[in-house]
Design a binder for this molecule. Structure first.
Ligand code: NAP
Ligand code: MG
Length: 396
């Protein structure tokens, strides 16, 4: 069989643990036999980040800026325990944080719907897409532990000093930021995405408590909506709706879905895991980072599945769900095909997704989905990751 041609390489960003193992298997079983896979490879596995002093992460982000489309495997964000486990010279920053900061994008996450897996929330009939602001706030925070206590101040460029706290004894402090520019591009990406997909847009912050910081987000969204999108939204018959984050959470649970929920960086991190789990599994969630100038990074929304990896290291075949990682590849391939005008390649991306979904719908799935699966006339069978990938390949 002649392999499907590619033109421009994808930026391939490898990662850690169980997802690194699946990454290699997906390429061998589902991609290389069918397409003439072209990638520019960056190894963001923790050992190589350590070896390069994390330079490889910056290079990967630069490559996405240059080539336009990247696909990323889940990576470890080191904490104290990882520093010991991997004998690190530093507690390297979150690679996702570094890449997101470089691309200044918005992350859109939507569940992969499969017949037979019903959302935990019975009123949800349509997918809920989370648009996560991928720049700043606590992810670009500066923190300190002040064991001796003392006066902590914010020094502003105009010379003003604001007292954060007179610490009587040891305490912790944090400063974070965002920019008008980044918030504005976040707002525009969300308004555009809502228009493209003809869905309402919801946005929420805690502006009653954070009267300057969160309020700035609210104001920028309102202003851009009023000046640039109100007419287009009305013409498309969709709505922009702002509320407080706690009210939004309550409304989301009561909703029937079918809207885009714009979230600040941390809210998006937390809420996307909740939504993914409620829609089925964290492994059934697509995720794409879109920069304001149209660069794309596709990834899975889950982590490196450490617990499974430790079992894999003991020689066990694990039943880790590769669906989100497969959809990261198919999403990136489809976007690359679109940019390069390659219909055969775009068609392959569609077929790969269909084959994946139909494998599950036929009753063959990884064990995380078994308890969720309920389809008349189909008895689900749990298989390990490699068996699952081979079943998909048979349907391609
Ligand atoms: P995780 O890797 O998402 O896994 C948490 C649990 O969720 C797993 O133990 C597993 O549950 C279940 N799970 C997640 N993905 C699954 C899949 N594909 N198939 C089957 N089950 C799946 O989160 P974590 O354990 O909190 O984090 C592990 C590492 O990932 C950390 O070092 C963290 O820094 C990193 N991380 C990376 C990213 C990223 O690069 N995008 C995102 C989040 C976390 P059971 O064990 O019960 O089966
Ligand atoms: Mg997260």
């Amino acid at each position: 069989m002649k392999k499907i041609e590619m033109k421009t390489p994808l930026v391939e960003i490898d990662g850690d643990e169980m997802t690194r193992v699946m990454w290699a298997d997906i390429k061998e079983i589902l991609l290389k036999p069918f397409i003439d896979l072209k990638t520019e490879y960056y190894d963001l596995g923790l050992p190589y980040r350590e070896k390069t002093g994390d330079k490889v992460t910056v290079e990967a982000a630069e490559a996405i800026k240059r080539l336009g489309v990247g696909v990323k495997c889940a990576t470890i964000t080191p904490n104290a325990q990882r520093v010991e486990e991997y004998n690190l010279s530093q507690m390297w920053k979150s690679p996702n944080g570094t890449i997101r900061a470089a691309l200044d994008g918005t992350v859109f996450r939507a569940p992969i719907l499969v017949e037979g897996i019903r959302p935990v929330v019975s009123t949800w009939k349509k997918p809920i897409t989370i648009a996560r602001h991928a720049y700043g706030d606590v992810y670009a925070g500066v923190e300190a532990y002040v064991p001796e206590g003392g006066r902590v101040e914010l020094a502003l460029p105009n010379g003003e000093r604001k007292v954060v706290k007179e610490l009587k004894s040891g305490g912790i402090i944090q400063a974070m930021h965002n920019t008008d520019e980044s918030i504005s591009s976040f707002a525009r990406s969300c308004f555009n995405y809502a228009l493209d997909t003809k869905q309402d847009l919801w946005f929420a912050t805690k502006d009653t408590i954070s009267k300057t910081y969160d309020h700035r987000f609210k104001d920028i969204f309102a202003e851009i909506y009023q000046n640039e999108y109100k007419d287009k939204f009305e013409a498309a018959g969709i709505e922009y709706f702002y509320t407080l984050i706690d009210d939004a959470v309550a409304r989301v649970i009561r909703s029937s879905g079918g809207f885009v929920w714009a979230c600040k960086n941390y809210d998006g991190d937390v809420m996307s895991d909740m939504l993914a789990t409620a829609f089925g599994s964290l492994a059934m969630m697509t995720s794409v980072l879109v920069s304001p100038d149209g660069k794309y990074e596709y990834e899975a929304a889950h982590g490196t599945v450490t617990r499974h990896y430790y079992r894999f290291l003991k020689g066990e075949a694990t039943s880790t769900n590769p669906v989100a990682t497969i959809f990261a590849w198919s999403g990136a391939i489809r976007k690359r095909a679109e940019l390069d005008g390659l219909t055969g390649l775009a068609d392959f991306a569609d077929r790969l997704e269909k084959a994946t979904v139909s494998t599950i719908e036929s009753g063959i799935m990884t064990k995380d989905l078994i308890g969720l699966f309920d389809k008349a006339g189909v008895t689900p069978a749990g298989v390990n990751t490699t068996e699952f990938l081979n079943e998909i390949a048979k349907r391609l």
